[in-house]
Design a protein around this ligand. Structure first.
Ligand SMILES: [Zn+2]
Ligand SMILES: [Zn+2]
Length: 618
């Protein structure tokens, strides 16, 4: 990486000096960098004016007899008679301003997480040598007016498209956007363009960094140096980019999860691409979801949040916000066929024989599954752990423990295998296709098929790779989707199918092999519209005691926990005990979370609670 933004370059891009952030003195609240719920409250210190510190300044304070870092939160309401003094200013760059702080506080409250943890997640680690002469987060001038209006005619063909553009131009709100597959990237460009035309800045969040999704590439190409990509990179580059963003050097930030916290001053648009993608959920506690943080951010800052996906999440669908979708069907014809012998419906075989460019979605890896031991005829199972044995890459291995496949009964290594899986599909498809057939290997970058090629891939290969223009997309083993564990497994499967089937736009078709054509998932795929599926999901979640829109927590602690949590009248409270600890799973009205969080912080101090997980994986 080369130096992308010295202060001088940044200043010239801005064309004017930003006003200095406010300097505070006297009693201030400080968030000490000790990320524990029991210490999750402001501590008051006396801030000397000559430090030049203010909201968001990283300072050093004495805490329990030690020098500890912390962030200035603002003037304190308390004026205790004897205050310890802030010792020094650690960094000249402010980590947040009042708006950023209120967003971090929202996250800390909603996910019952220490504010220090949230700040640590939202602000990249400092690289001190990048900070010379930098101000960090502070007031920034308004962006230059943007006269271009890229692709804004695109939304004329969408229900509520004009309404979306009006909201972006002048107001606030949230929208679900189901772009036609070939419009996916262009819709993001059009929305960002409308935002810039209104003189505001935009954030575009994509689920993955590598390969950079086509949506991110399109936005970057459309807006050139006004946009920056805040994805991956080494610590120095990341911090430098973050500082540049904070100083107003860019009007558009394109990034993965952390970009939802990008220090842009009041973004007019936060656009979440592939909103239902699991990578939009943080994988370390607190498990914040980009969707929820984005919605909170635009509510506070007065912008528009767009949740875009062919198949939005059930949570997004349950928000009750307007859905912007094509006025006419812009979805490939989808034919449902019953899986034939060995999962090969005659219709599919014929279609693959004729295809020039096709993608075959085969979610099962390998060549097949061992059924019976060839020596003793007992059902096949792993000798080490009893797990399933799968033939893959020319060997038989246990899918659970990875051991070499040996019969649990007699130790033999030869099995009768029931064929099925991506390797087997590659074999039979290779025998009937008139173009080369290639199976994407695990270590191979995902891509679309070449000009004359049939590609076989699994869930990891279905990414935002741009418009497909394929003649055929085949979805195999659709029946498996209903059997996967996890609350959102069905939703994830449907989203993956829809994203793959979208590659058949605008001229191709799709074939899905499914035993139950009436299943709401299969129907959603045929229609290209998940509305009915979402109603079905909402019912399922309600029946499971975890209704959409509920705040869900898993809390561990002593046996006093159940009584404490019941006081919050949860919709669901499941209690189990293991090794002397009580584990509670509760779902409750989000309105009650603030009070719950306040009590949990006390209970941590009292030793009743020892762990809190918000929105755990279920
Ligand atoms: Zn095993
Ligand atoms: Zn055997």
């Amino acid at each position: 990486m080369t130096s992308a933004g010295s202060s001088a370059e940044v200043a010239s891009r801005l064309g004017r000096e930003a006003p200095s952030p406010r300097v505070l003195s006297g009693p201030v609240d400080v968030c000490v960098d000790r990320p524990l719920l029991s210490l999750d409250r402001p501590f008051t210190y006396d801030l000397p004016a000559e430090l030049g510190a203010g909201v968001g300044s990283l300072v050093q304070v004495p805490f329990h007899g030690r020098n500890t870092r912390g962030w200035v939160l603002g003037p304190s309401d308390l004026t205790p008679s004897r205050l310890l003094e802030v010792r020094k200013l650690v960094s000249p760059a402010r980590a947040f301003d009042e708006r950023g702080l209120s967003l971090f506080r929202w996250v800390a409250e909603r996910y019952v997480a220490p504010l220090a943890t949230v700040v640590g997640r939202a602000v990249p680690p400092r690289v001190a040598s990048e900070e010379q002469g930098r101000g960090g987060v502070g007031p920034t001038p308004a962006p230059d007016p943007w006269s271009g209006a890229w692709m804004s005619e695109l939304f004329a063909a969408y229900v509520d498209g004009e309404r979306l553009l009006r909201a972006i131009a002048s107001g606030e709100g949230a929208f679900v956007l189901r772009p036609a597959p070939e419009d996916e990237a262009a819709a993001a460009v059009a929305a960002v363009s409308a935002c810039l035309a209104a003189g505001r800045r935009a954030i575009v969040i994509v689920p993955e960094a590598r390969p950079l999704p086509a949506t991110a590439v399109a936005v970057r190409e459309a807006f050139g140096e006004r946009a920056t990509t805040f994805v991956g990179g080494d610590a120095r580059t990341r911090y430098r980019t973050w500082l540049d963003i904070a100083e107003g050097a860019f009007d558009i930030v394109i990034g993965t999860r952390p970009a939802v916290f990008a220090p842009l001053d009041r973004p007019g648009l936060v656009y979440v691409a592939r909103e239902s993608h699991p990578a939009h959920r943080e994988d370390r506690s607190p498990y914040y979801h980009v969707r929820d943080v984005a919605l909170a951010r635009v509510r506070a800052d007065g912008g528009v949040c767009v949740l875009a996906a062919s198949c939005p999440s059930a949570e997004a669908a349950a928000l009750g916000v307007p859905t912007v979708a094509p006025k006419e069907r812009r979805w490939p014809p989808v034919e449902v066929v019953k899986p034939g012998p060995e999962g090969r419906a005659p219709r599919l075989v014929r279609a693959l024989g004729e295809a020039e460019r096709a993608f075959v979605f085969s979610p099962l890896p390998g060549y097949g599954v061992a059924q019976l031991c060839a020596s003793c005829r007992e059902p096949a199972a792993c000798a080490a752990c009893g797990g399933l044995l799968r033939a893959q890459g020319g060997a038989i291995r246990c899918v659970v423990c990875g051991a070499e496949g040996r019969c649990r009964s007699c130790g033999a290594r030869t099995f009768g295998v029931r064929k099925g899986g991506a390797e087997r599909v590659e074999e039979w498809a290779g025998g009937i296709a008139r173009v080369p057939v290639h199976r994407l290997r695990e270590d191979e970058p995902s891509r679309l098929p070449g000009t004359a090629e049939i590609l076989i891939g699994g869930p990891d290969d279905v990414r935002d790779l741009g418009a497909g223009n394929l003649d055929l997309v085949a979805i195999l083993d659709a029946d498996l989707a209903g059997r996967r564990p996890g609350l959102s497994a069905r939703e994830r499967s449907l989203a993956t199918w829809m994203e793959a089937v979208g590659w058949a736009r605008p001229r191709g078709r799709a074939i899905v092999q499914a035993s139950e054509p009436g299943d709401p998932m299969v129907q959603a795929l045929v229609r290209g519209n998940p509305d009915r599926f979402h109603r079905d999901e909402a019912d399922r979640r309600r029946e499971a005691g975890l209704p959409l829109g509920a705040a869900v927590f898993r809390i561990m602690g002593s046996d006093a926990l159940e009584g404490e949590l019941s006081a919050f009248e949860p919709w669901t409270l499941l209690v189990s005990a293991t090794e002397g600890r009580t584990v509670c799973l509760l779902a409750l009205d989000p309105e009650r979370v603030a009070a719950l969080g306040k009590r949990l912080r006390e209970l941590v101090t009292e030793g009743v609670v020892d762990r809190v997980e918000a929105e755990p994986h279920l």
